[in-house]
Design a protein around this ligand. Structure first.
Ligand SMILES: NC(=O)C1=CN([C@@H]2O[C@H](COP(=O)(O)OP(=O)(O)OC[C@H]3O[C@@H](n4cnc5c(N)ncnc54)[C@H](O)[C@@H]3O)[C@@H](O)[C@H]2O)C=CC1
Ligand SMILES: N[C@@H](Cc1c[nH]c[nH+]1)C(=O)O
Ligand SMILES: [Zn+2]
Length: 434
């Protein structure tokens, strides 16, 4: 049985534990990350290689941690035709979604007569993408990161992704990277990847921004290197809420509960409902579906559902919605009778998936929406990865002589009040010089 927790009977400590998710366990990873970062800072490429050897691939050398042309080529021979077709459809949809996101390059509007203001959009010049590979292969994440970066026009896109024990990068990820136009890939995972990208070494030029989901080790490295590099959104252990009412098919609720649960023992998968019959039925179905998973994935589900997840029984749909908004899940599936009717009440969620035909696995692979999403309650303020992660905005202004006349007194008055005489002088002298 998947545990059923009655919300009104939870102590504030139990609610806080649910809310906090697996971020609880980052302290140990921070210690590991600190040592690795210091070593890489001092020893550069040699330090990077030492840690690849220790954590991922014993045969790593300074030369072979970069994916070679031969490896790119070989990946095309290793991919199964149906996987290639699937990647191609995913690619098209992700590209289409992100092309539609692209804003106008320049925006300049007349704010008052002769006063033009707006912004100019430019890509970030150097970006590092982290594509995980620990408890799964993630070519889908390669697409989700590389496509918006390319659509945004980033000049240098570098990818780090862990090698397997034989030193190989997962081949479908290499095909996906090539489709998106990425050619600079290093076989680095966890802390050594984030540190190399943030600090730079002789062989790996530093980047301006790193983005991509990772386990607790990468997350710890990002936390320590915040300030050295832009570390993007916090995208950690997967989490989800399936929101259900009395109309929901308990089998769908149970199936979708397991989607996020299977990522790892640190995943938080919740089913939230005010309907007790549904809660009990979904718990039983989930138990049944768990038997269809291989042992290691089932064990992930069981551990995560017992520690951070389960079924939350509320008193009403409104209380369920309040819980959702407080929790701010990465993924939210709305399986209630009329999902559009409650859309306006959903305030905090990385992704909102409406109705019975929109399971989160489809959003991860095929719809085209970005599946790299904020976790750990950061959906309260962060958004899914998008072209905006790879763009920055410069404000832009142009004032005509007529506009200058309109703004000069205000500028002088405020400069005087704030005590900045040079600010005022620049206006006063213009009145004489121009
Ligand atoms: N929020 C989002 O949008 C997404 C989140 N995810 C999450 O990202 C995470 C990916 O994690 P993983 O699959 O584990 O891949 P990962 O690539 O982040 O982790 C593997 C790396 O961790 C390092 N590592 C492993 N054990 C270590 C140790 N004892 N000490 C130091 N370093 C160690 C190794 O260098 C290895 O390369 C999962 O939690 C998954 O749920 C995945 C996709 C999307
Ligand atoms: N659904 C995942 C992403 C994923 C990629 N592959 C499988 N799952 C997430 O929550 O973040
Ligand atoms: Zn997933």
């Amino acid at each position: 049985m998947v545990r059923i927790l009655k919300l009104s009977q939870l102590s504030s400590a139990e609610r806080a534990k649910l809310q906090k998710r697996a971020e609880l366990d980052i302290d140990n990873a921070l210690k590991v990350a600190q040592t690795v970062i210091e070593t890489i800072r001092e020893r550069g490429d040699a330090g990077v290689v030492d840690y690849v050897r220790r954590f991922d691939y014993e045969g790593a050398t300074v030369e072979n941690i970069k994916v070679s042309e031969a490896e790119f080529e070989r990946a095309f021979h290793l991919i199964e035709p149906e996987v290639k077709t699937a990647i191609e459809q995913a690619f098209r949809n992700i590209q289409e979604v992100h092309r539609r996101q692209m804003p106008e390059e320049t925006l300049l509007a007349e704010i008052e007569t002769g006063v033009f203001a707006g912004e100019k959009i430019s890509p970030i010049p150097n970006v590092g993408l982290y594509v995980p590979r620990g408890r799964g292969a993630f070519p889908s994440m390669m697409l989700m990161l590389a496509i918006p970066a390319m659509v945004a026009g980033v000049e240098r896109v570098v990818v780090c992704t862990p090698p397997d024990k034989q030193g190989n990068v997962e081949p479908v990820s290499l095909v996906a990277a090539q489709m998106a136009g990425v050619r600079e890939i290093y076989k680095l995972g966890g802390v050594q990847a984030i540190a190399a990208l943030a600090l730079g070494t002789k062989n790996i030029k530093r980047v301006d921004k790193i983005t991509g989901p990772c386990s607790v080790y990468g997350a710890a490295a990002k936390r320590l290197l915040f300030g050295t590099v832009d570390v993007g959104l916090p995208a950690g252990p997967s989490e989800s809420i399936v929101l259900a009412d009395e109309s929901t098919d308990a089998r769908l609720a149970a199936l979708d509960l397991l989607i996020e649960a299977e990522h790892g023992a640190d995943s938080a998968a919740l089913l939230v409902t005010h309907c007790e019959d549904l809660a009990i039925a979904a718990s039983e179905y989930a138990q049944e579906y768990l038997q269809k998973l291989p042992d290691w994935r089932r064990e992930f589900c069981e551990a995560g559902l017992a520690a951070y997840g389960g079924i939350i029984l509320t008193d009403s749909l409104q209380q369920s919605l309040d819980f959702v908004n407080e929790y701010a899940p990465e993924h939210l599936e709305v399986l209630v009778s009329n999902p559009f009717a409650i859309l306006g009440k959903i305030k905090n969620a990385g992704e909102i998936l409406l109705g019975n035909h929109t399971p989160s696995s489809m959003a991860t692979y095929a719809i085209g929406v970005n599946a790299v999403l904020p976790t750990g309650s950061f959906a309260r303020s962060y958004s899914a990865v998008s072209v905006y992660d790879f763009l920055k905005r410069s404000t832009l202004a142009y004032v005509t002589p007529e506009g200058f006349e309109k703004l000069k007194e205000t500028t002088k008055t405020l400069a005087e009040y704030e005590g900045f005489p040079a600010h005022k002088l620049a206006i006063q002298h213009r009145e004489i010089l121009l």
